[in-house]
Structure formats: C-alpha cells, structure tokens
Ligand binder design. Structure first.
Ligand SMILES: Cc1cc2nc3c(=O)[nH]c(=O)nc-3n(C[C@H](O)[C@H](O)[C@H](O)COP(=O)(O)OP(=O)(O)OC[C@H]3O[C@@H](n4cnc5c(N)ncnc54)[C@H](O)[C@@H]3O)c2cc1C
Length: 378
C-alpha cells in the first residue's frame, strides 16, 4: 500500500479515516482548507447512531472518550402543532440509541487522537489529476502540489476530488434551512425554552412546505433550523446581510403560528444563515479507478436526514479497516469498501421516506401518530 494515505478534508469522515488507519498502524496525512481547527464554528449537535456512527467510534477506539462528550437528556423528542400544542413527547430515559454530542467536540476528540502534524491546515485543494498507474497529483490554492499513490476525497459536498471518479454534481432539492440561535433561553426566552423542551422539537403546520426544527444545545442555548420549501431565487430576494429584515421576511411565512415558536426566528441572537439542501443522485456509483476513492458527503451527499455525519464516520472506519485487511492489495481494499458503501448509501432512509409520505392538512397529527407507533414497537 502507498503510504502515507493522502486524505483531503478534516471533517468527521476524513478524521475518522485517519484515526482508524492510525489504530492499524497506517500513516496518513490530511489536507484541510480551513486555516486552523477553530477557524469556523462547527454547527450544532449530532446524534450518533448505534448502527453506524457508534460503530465507527468503536473502530476508532474512542468509545470512552465519546461517552464523556454525550449531552445527557438531549434524546428527548417532541412534536408540536403550530399553535404550540404538544402532540407527542418522549423523555430521554438514557436508553436511546442516538446520544447527542456537539460536532465541535466530536471533531476535537478525533483531532486529539491523531499524532500531531497529521492535519495540514490552510491547504485548500483546487483540483487533482491522474498521473497514471494509480498515482494522482493534488493542487492547492497556494500553487503547491503533492503526488500520491492513494488519495481519498473526504472534502464534503463540493468535493474537488469527486470529478476524478464521477461527473455527478449536487443539485438543490427545493428545501432550505434558515439557521438561528437563542442564547440564555430559560431566562431570556422562557416560553420558547418550554416549547422546545429538553431535547429536540419539530413543529409543523397544516402546510407541508414549512416547519420549525429546534433543539436544546449545551448550556441554555436553543438552536433552530427553520425549514422552508422554496426555490433558490425566492431566498435570493431576501437580504440576509440585513438580519432583522431577513428574520421578518422568514417569519412572515409562519403567520398565525404561536409566538413562542416564531420567536425562534424573530428573537435570534445570531444573524439568520441560509443553508440550502443539495443532493447527489441517490444510488449513484462510479467505475473503480486505481488509487482514489471518496468518503462521506463527497461520495453520497443527501439533503439532511440525520444520517450524513454518521455515514461519513462509518465510511472512514470501513475504508481504513479494508486497507488494513489488504495491506498488499490496495485495489481489493478500495473495491471492497466501495461495494459496501454504494449499497449502504443507496438505501432510502426511513426518516426521509416517512416525511415524504405525509400529506393533507393534519400533518402534525400524522407525525405524532407515527412517532407513537414507532415508540410502541421499538
Ligand atoms: C444544516 C445541516 C444539519 C445536519 N445535521 C446532521 C445531523 O444531525 N446528523 C448527521 O448525521 N448529519 C447531519 N448533517 C449532515 C452532515 O453535516 C454531513 O453529512 C457530514 O458533515 C459529512 O461529513 P464529511 O466529513 O463527509 O464532510 P464535511 O463535514 O463537510 O467535511 C469536509 C471537510 O473538507 C474540507 N474541505 C472542503 N473543501 C475542501 C478543499 N477544496 N480542500 C481542502 N479541504 C476542503 C472542509 O473544510 C471540511 O472540513 C447536517 C447537514 C446540514 C447542512
């Protein structure tokens, strides 16, 4: 096998790959565009599932460290209607299979588990080209290049490595989140804090094209994803450089909703941030190309469905395990990894299917019933 393995992107996928390789004694080098580990806030909480993300953490030998990061109580879940009535409410009794942790803490855990110097910060990849014989040359924004015999694109939705393998490109799915935060919620926004509860909350109206998702993060912070199914040019007409005007415009789509819910838009302590959802074609594949593969969103970006980070971590762990199992046959390792990854990422997710199946003017009630049914059969 060519070492060090060259990994592009220090997200959860790339770092899990680097860590599990290291556990198996295989060196790697990670090139990351961001200038430092703290250059960007890493977003909110991730629930790490026992059937994918937690398997990766086990493979990384970090189960104890992970347990120390879990935010207890955050697996509580409730469904509200737009008037703020609670239709479904499940407490966190500590037995759920989806413990929540902050993405920044997870990333820090993975970074701290790697030999120092593994991640080369401030290395934005601009492109890569095949040199023949399974070797590739990667180009960086500063004009430098690196040649490698084993290249892994872990560089997310807009991967610069993906074009080596496939022409597939992300497309807008028609829905976006607008992200907001409310700090010190119990004292400054008590009604909204009560509505969100101790974990996650989803509030739906009769129309399926808007919803409010929120969760309680560490401390007393509420983090909301305001969900709107609208074309991109609808959002383009909103001036997000004027936070108050943008919040007012978004809140207008929730006319008639309970004020403790719309406060998640109008009372945000941060400027609302637009997060359009993109996807690659579900189930797309590529022909095996020597010396290069992809993990995580670079391989199988989907609209957020609660699985993306979990799958990226599992991809990273399984690729590392395949390389460790075939030290003298990199192509066999890459083929084995890709076959399992393609199968996994082609499978539709229950959550996405359920949401697509809802229609009519009683969506909040349908959703609550679904969760009640699931709760009784789980
Ligand atoms: C709003 C939102 C909410 C989500 N919530 C959840 C959730 O609750 N649970 C869940 O499992 N998933 C969730 N996801 C999906 C999840 O964030 C992704 O699937 C996951 O982060 C993919 O991991 P990754 O390592 O493949 O890519 P990323 O996390 O995107 O990491 C890619 C890394 O590559 C770097 N990079 C990018 N381009 C370059 C370049 N040219 N050169 C060098 N480095 C580069 C980036 O800076 C980044 O560090 C959510 C997504 C969104 C948008």
């Amino acid at each position: 096998m060519h070492v060090p393995v060259t990994i592009i992107g220090a997200g959860v996928g790339g770092l899990t790959l680097a860590r599990v390789l290291w556990v198996h004694g295989i060196p790697s080098v990670v090139y990351e565009a961001e200038p430092s580990p703290t250059a960007r806030a890493q977003g909110g909480m991730l629930d790490i599932h026992d059937y994918n993300g937690q398997l990766a953490i086990e493979a990384a030998g970090l189960a104890d460290e992970f347990r120390g990061l879990v935010l207890h109580g955050r697996q509580a879940f409730r469904v509200l209607d737009r008037d703020g009535n609670v239709l479904f409410d499940k407490a966190d009794d500590g037995t759920g299979g989806r413990p929540e942790a902050l993405r920044a803490d997870l990333r820090r855990m993975l970074l701290d588990s790697l030999p120092s110097g593994t991640v080369h910060w401030g290395h934005k990849v601009t492109g890569a080209r095949a040199l023949g014989g399974g070797r590739h040359e990667v180009s960086f924004a500063d004009g430098s290049t690196v040649a490698t015999g084993l290249l892994v694109g872990a560089d997310g939705a807009w991967s610069r490595i993906r074009p080596l393998l496939t022409d597939a490109a992300p497309e807008y799915v028609g829905t976006s989140f607008v992200e907001t935060y409310l700090y010190d919620a119990a004292t400054r926004h008590p009604a909204t804090a009560r509505a969100v509860g101790g974990g996650s909350m989803v509030a739906n109206g009769p129309a399926p094209d808007v919803a409010i998702n929120a969760h309680r993060e560490n401390g007393d912070t509420l983090h909301a994803y305001i969900q709107l199914t609208r074309p991109l040019d609808w959002f383009a007409a909103i001036d997000f450089t004027d936070p108050a005007a943008a919040a007012t415009r978004i809140a207008a789509e929730f006319d008639g909703w309970a004020p403790e819910l719309t406060a998640l838009i109008t009372d945000s302590d941060t400027a609302p941030v637009l997060r359009p959802h993109h996807t690659l074609p579900i189930g797309h594949k590529w022909e095996r190309q020597p010396g290069v593969t992809l993990v995580g969103d670079a391989a199988h970006l989907t609209a957020p469905n609660g699985e993306g980070a979990n799958l990226a971590m599992l991809d990273g762990a399984e690729l590392a395990q395949a390389l460790a199992a075939h030290p003298d046959d990199t192509e066999a390792a890459l083929a084995e990894y890709e076959q399992a990854m393609f199968t996994r990422s082609a499978a539709p997710f229950d959550e996405a299917l359920v949401m697509e199946s809802l229609f009519g003017d009683d969506i909040p009630e349908q959703l609550a019933e679904l969760f009640k049914d699931h709760d009784q059969t789980a």
